[in-house]
Write a protein that binds this ligand. Structure first.
Ligand code: SF4
Length: 444
């Protein structure tokens, strides 16, 4: 067993977990390869949050079954939330599988792979103490380093499998996190993104999330700090004050709302109501003027009436999020809501989703239009994949900006004037050397 192919599905937490696994495997002397055909073992790091995500992984396993017929010694593994969610059912129903490993089993991954070469292995124990805080992830080169600050979740929203697949909330000690931030900065990463299921509930000993933001703000070499995703209930005044006073903490927050109806928020067990959410938004906007806000919304939750939906739509018009991830409710086994009758048809969910998408696209475009002619600071990420005469990066408020290549290297800051917009991208011209080529409408 020498070469491992690792493929990642789902959220940024999973991407960070794959970096963690890659570090564990490389330290054990294994080589990571880019193609499953070149591997002795393939591992899919999976997501269970929506049925669609699981179906994609099952389809991919079908492709690996073909590879295994050609190479019977190939080890096929499933890691992550879906592994934890479906557990032994996966091993029993998917003959192609040799290894099922849940989110708390990665420390021992090299050994598990060796054992799986003899007989199928399932390592699905949840460990209340495992944080991997002492392990160095293997990050691909870039300007942005994702730093996981906590694992698991204690919120138990009634639609969500995460507390069952990732276990109870555990925070990594401040000293380990500061060391990770310093290490990432020394490797050339200029932007740190703290990650957690409810990242702002991070707490260790006497420290809370505001202390973590302040500590990271003091690390030399770090230019920008972001975090995702905070929970509205954990947005304390201390966190808001730290956001207002730490110059490296960027003016953008992804704050999941899920529904604009108190009735539905209660049914979802979100632990806040609309009055509290409004308070948090006001607190953010007063501490960090001009802050960009994005959100998550679920439409068609069991019991959602037209009135509830209209409350969500009205609040989105009132607050004017810069962007939103909008989803149709998808019932997940093991959750409380799974047992509740679905009261909104698929067709009606689709109608509500389309209405919100159209509304949000209009609001996002209007907000972007207000930026026309303004100057923005862009952390350059790379040359555009589609046009090498263009660079792309993120503005301070997390908008993708594409502008003429003025030679600014990745990781440096560029001053850019916004001269055009698309639905999701700002088009700019460098203020270092005036752009000479016509700007084209492309994404990063
Ligand atoms: S806060 Fe709710 S939605 Fe988010 S991970 Fe925890 S249970 Fe899931």
């Amino acid at each position: 067993m020498k070469r491992v192919f690792l493929e990642t599905y789902g959220c940024q937490m999973n991407v960070a977990d794959s970096e963690l696994m890659a570090g564990v495997l490389e330290r054990a002397g294994l080589e990571l390869v880019a193609r499953p055909e070149d591997a002795d073992a393939v591992i899919l790091n999976t997501c269970a949050i929506r049925e669609h995500a699981e179906l994609r992984v099952l389809g991919r396993l079908g492709e690996f079954a073909r590879l295994k017929r050609e190479n019977p010694a190939l080890i096929v593994g499933v890691a992550g939330c879906m592994a934890q969610h479906l557990r032994k059912k996966l091993l029993e129903s998917k003959r192609v599988l040799d290894l099922v490993v849940g989110p708390d089993g990665y420390r021992d991954l090299p050994n598990l792979l060796l054992r799986a070469a003899g007989a199928p292995v399932a390592e699905i124990r949840l460990d209340r103490d495992e944080t991997y805080g002492d392990l160095e992830p293997k990050r691909d080169a870039g300007v942005r380093a994702w730093v996981t600050v906590q694992r698991g979740c204690d919120k138990f929203c009634t639609y969500c499998v995460v507390p069952f697949t990732r276990g109870r909330e555990r925070s990594i000690p401040l000293v380990d996190l500061v060391r990770q931030v310093e290490h990432a900065a020394s490797q050339g990463f200029r932007e740190i993104v703290f990650l957690g299921q409810t990242v702002n509930s991070w707490r260790h000993d006497s420290h809370d999330f505001s202390d973590l933001l302040r500590a990271a703000n003091d690390v030399p070499g770090v230019r920008r700090i972001r975090f995702t995703s905070p929970h509205p209930s954990d947005m304390t005044d201390r966190v808001l004050d730290a956001m207002g006073s730490c110059e490296k903490v960027m003016p953008h927050v992804h704050l999941p709302l899920q529904s604009g109806s108190d009735r539905i928020l209660t049914a979802m067990n979100r632990t806040y109501d609309m009055a509290r959410f409004r308070e948090v938004v006001e607190g953010l906007r007063s501490r960090v003027p001009g802050i960009a806000l994005s959100t998550d919304i679920i439409v068609g939750f069991p019991g959602e009436t037209e009135e509830d939906f209209e409350a969500t739509s009205a609040y989105m018009r009132e607050t004017r999020f810069d962007s939103a991830f909008l989803f149709k409710y998808s019932a997940r086994p093991d959750t409380r809501a799974f047992k509740w009758p679905e009261t909104v048809s698929e067709e009606e969910k689709g109608r509500r989703l389309t209405l919100l998408i159209e509304q949000q696209m209009g609001i996002g475009a209007e907000i972007n239009d207000t930026l026309l002619g303004s100057e923005v600071e862009v952390l350059v990420e790379n040359i555009s994949h589609r046009d090498s005469s263009q660079l792309y990066g993120k503005s301070r408020d997390f908008k993708t900006v594409v502008f003429g290549n003025d030679g600014t290297p990745p990781g440096d800051l560029a001053r850019v004037r916004v001269v055009g917009t698309t639905a999701v991208t700002l088009l700019g011209e460098s203020l270092k050397t005036p752009a000479s080529s016509p700007l084209v409408s492309i994404g990063g």
